[in-house]
Design a protein around this ligand. Structure first.
Ligand SMILES: Cc1cc2nc3c(=O)[nH]c(=O)nc-3n(C[C@H](O)[C@H](O)[C@H](O)COP(=O)(O)OP(=O)(O)OC[C@H]3O[C@@H](n4cnc5c(N)ncnc54)[C@H](O)[C@@H]3O)c2cc1C
Length: 452
């Protein structure tokens, strides 16, 4: 009999895993269960879809029949996995108000995460103009609201990467935007120096940034439509659309219903093969905690590339290979209009907390020939261990190739390379692509005191 694999969740991790399983094994009986309307959707392009810059196809790549016809993967949409009986290997599903039980040999959990709902007075569940952005369906709802209601003022609560990208999206749609951040600063991984151009760009684009104050209360009109928010400071801000993006929490409701034994504080932790403690049950993506290879602690890292990689590794292991997932070292990137930032590894403060004798170098560099009229300097900060010169973290703010340079640092950190070794790297150079002294070599020179 064919081995039966059930994948729960049709987002980044679940869909990638199902497709990879099919590529690796034509004989498996694969069923994917998704509680929402779409599968193979991507969260990352949604701010640009809402702004009208990317088509719907960039958000929802394929319809279910594509996977059924082309890849022989059975897709169940609008179908919620409610409980798993791990002893009998049965998933209980709810579809069209009908309950059903499906048997599995192998179960892959990729249930994702949900935005945290802030504690705000008078926040109603279902109302016009209040949104969270977590998936393709949310993106479609936000876009429909904007098209139909033509909001003029927007408030974005939370200035993480999703908040920042949505502020840009709303500005591109000509809304007047207020960003509200309860913490005392935005982008806390950036030093004051690196943060300054980012904030300047936000102000240039007309964004009002309020830090150190949360939203206390929401005000509606008689049609149940949001019209204003009141801040902790007492200030009232008019708004026609309110986006709540204060962070996410892993989706573990299914596991709570199924008697899953969490190792620590409701955290799902797998081994390096993406296996949970239950035989035949794998877990990947936003719903799990993974090891940060520098900090040595488990963190919830909600990133699409991380989920995809874990999906490939889980699929390989299900198909009998022994592939290990090596964890993360904290790489991520975002942008606001033309200004970009990316980071990897740890900050100076984190390095000091971890007991490193840490130092940092700050460097302003061009990323292509400075003679071009559009050439602008980028700024990099690199944290290293003073004792051996091993790089611990890097962060960059600039206009071009920012994530690509930080990716090089990610490899440097992963391989525990010393700044002194940068001179051994052979980089590309042409005036449109780089500078003769690649930023890493410029950093080497500064480190070796060859340059101020
Ligand atoms: C606006 C936005 C921007 C982002 N930008 C980036 C970026 O630039 N770079 C980056 O790396 N990442 C980004 N991400 C994060 C990325 O989208 C997620 O990390 C990724 O989607 C996680 O994949 P996943 O499979 O773990 O979960 P998801 O993709 O969230 O998929 C989980 C799926 O499981 C379904 N599900 C949950 N419970 C059940 C159940 N009981 N039964 C059936 N189905 C269930 C859900 O409906 C969902 O479709 C962004 C996310 C958002 C929202």
């Amino acid at each position: 009999m064919k081995k039966k694999v059930i994948v729960i969740g049709g987002g980044a991790g679940g869909m990638t895993c199902a497709v990879q399983l099919r590529k690796m094994n034509k004989e498996l009986d694969i069923t994917l269960i998704e509680k929402g309307e779409y599968v193979s959707w991507a969260g990352c392009p949604t701010p640009y879809f809402i702004a009208g810059e990317l088509p719907f196809k960039s958000v929802v790549h394929y319809q279910p029949d594509y996977f059924e016809k082309e890849l022989n993967i059975k897709i169940e949409v609008n179908c919620k996995a409610e409980r798993v009986d791990f002893d009998s290997k049965i998933v209980e599903i709810l579809k069209n108000s009908q309950r059903e039980s499906i048997y599995y040999d192998i179960l892959v959990l990729s249930c994702g995460s949900t935005p945290i709902i802030p504690n705000i007075e008078n926040l109603r569940d279902s109302t016009d103009g209040i949104f969270r952005l977590s998936n393709g369906e949310d993106a479609v709802k936000i876009k429909k609201f904007i098209t139909e209601k033509e909001p003029v003022n927007a408030v974005v609560v939370g200035t993480g990467f999703i908040g920042i990208e949505m502020i840009e999206s709303f500005r591109k749609l000509n809304m007047s935007v207020t960003a509200i951040e309860k913490a005392d600063e935005i982008l806390p991984f950036l030093s004051e120096k690196l943060k300054a151009p980012f904030i300047k760009k936000m102000e240039e684009k007309g964004v009002r940034i309020i830090t150190g104050s949360g939203v206390k209360k929401v005000i509606y009109n008689s049609n149940n439509t949001v019209i204003a928010v009141v801040l902790d400071s007492g200030e009232e801000i008019k708004t026609d659309i309110l986006l709540l993006s204060i962070g996410i929490k892993p989706n573990i409701e299914l596991l709570n219903n199924s008697g899953f034994k969490f190792t620590d504080k409701n955290r799902v932790i797998t081994d390096k093969y993406m296996r949970t403690y239950i035989e035949g049950v794998y877990a990947i993506g936003d719903m799990i905690y993974i090891k940060n290879s520098i900090k040595g602690i488990y963190e919830n890292v909600a990133l699409g590339d991380v989920a995809d990689k874990q999906a490939i590794i889980a699929a390989a292991n299900i198909c009998g290979e022994k592939r290990e997932y090596k964890g993360v070292n904290g790489s991520s990137a975002t942008s606001f209009f033309e200004i970009k930032t990316a980071k990897t590894g740890i900050t100076l403060k984190e390095a000091e907390q971890l007991g490193y004798k840490a130092k940092y170098i700050n460097l302003k560099v061009f990323t292509k020939n400075p003679g071009f009229s559009d050439s602008k300097k980028a700024e990099i900060e690199v944290v290293y261990d003073e004792e051996d010169g091993v790089v611990l973290g890097a962060v960059m703010v600039g206009y071009e190739s920012v994530a690509q340079f930080i990716d090089i640092f990610s490899i440097v950190i992963y391989k525990k390379i010393r700044i002194e070794e940068f001179i051994d790297f052979d980089f590309c150079y042409s005036p449109t692509n780089s500078t003769v002294w690649n930023p890493l070599l410029a950093l080497y020179r500064k480190y070796m005191k060859a340059e101020d």
